[in-house]
Ligand binder design. Sequence first.
Ligand SMILES: [Zn+2]
Length: 353
Amino acid sequence: MKKFFILLFLFLILFNFLIGREIIGVKIYEHKGDLDLLFQEFKSLGINIVLVGEELAKNKEFYIKAKKYGIKTFTVFPVFCSPGKEFENKKFYAIDGYGNIAKDEWVNFACPSNEEYRKLKLKELKNIIKKYNPDGISIDFIRYFVYWEKIGPGEKIDPLKNTCFCDKSINKFEKTKGIRLPENLITTKEKAKWILKHHKNEWVEWKTEVIASMVKEITNLAKKLKPDIMFNIHIIPWREKDYNNAIRVIAGQDISKLSKYVNYVSPMCYWYMLKRKPQWVSSVVKDIKRFTNKPIVPSIQVSNEYLSKNISHEEFKRAFLSAMKKPSSGIIFWKWEFFEKEPNKKEIFKLIK
Ligand SMILES: [Zn+2]
């Protein structure tokens, strides 16, 4: 009998180590079928949080149904990259070290220092909370421009692909950090090169402050409207040493500065499209843990995107186990639509229950 309890105890420790099951979430952007059936299925699979974006985020019925089934909704709120009409006018674009606008395929990025753009976004946030009353906000694209989805292991990032070197940003940087650029620098490239050569540390520090200040504004406003609202933040899945600390230098994401405003930190560990191994997912979580005590909930991809080959069930399972490994506090699947395309992959939920 005693042996049995010892074994049971060891099993529970091992189980807890492999599968900590606090957050089981899915991202979902569109849905054509019956919502009751959808939520019944979420319930039966053990999903307790839904991150709802794009078209579906504007469906009031979706939020009402979620409440009925006791599933939390977090509205995905894209901040500095947005599919909206704001980019028809070029004035909001961030500017890179070559003087080019921050645009690559579908990725359009605003200057994070642009007050007019920030106000526009905060107004949008206010409307979302008033109209849909979500349980949480999932803060997305909260960073400087980079098309990280296409940067594989061992690639180099061009230092001048840094942003934002628009006049507004440079002026604010000079004022905040007490630095004056020499008068003889004329082109954006000359100014960017000078800043990166002589004051790179101050530049990077300032960038992380600009991003964190927007998170502070978002969370302050949201809490004013709904005091118990929760926040998740989407993080680029780069470890400190990847691409010479590009998470801070290029993206301007400082985990310790950002995490103090939010409930969950969620790195987008899309290992397959980034040409990494499944066990890499856990290494990202561990790296982030060094900078925060907040729960880390990695997001993994269910299906392929950007690459034509499909993800095998075996590899998907390995990535799942890697994502659930401590210190992870759960998992967010990107995205439900992929499960609908490949229903066999729903088998993975049996490992959770
Ligand atoms: Zn700028």
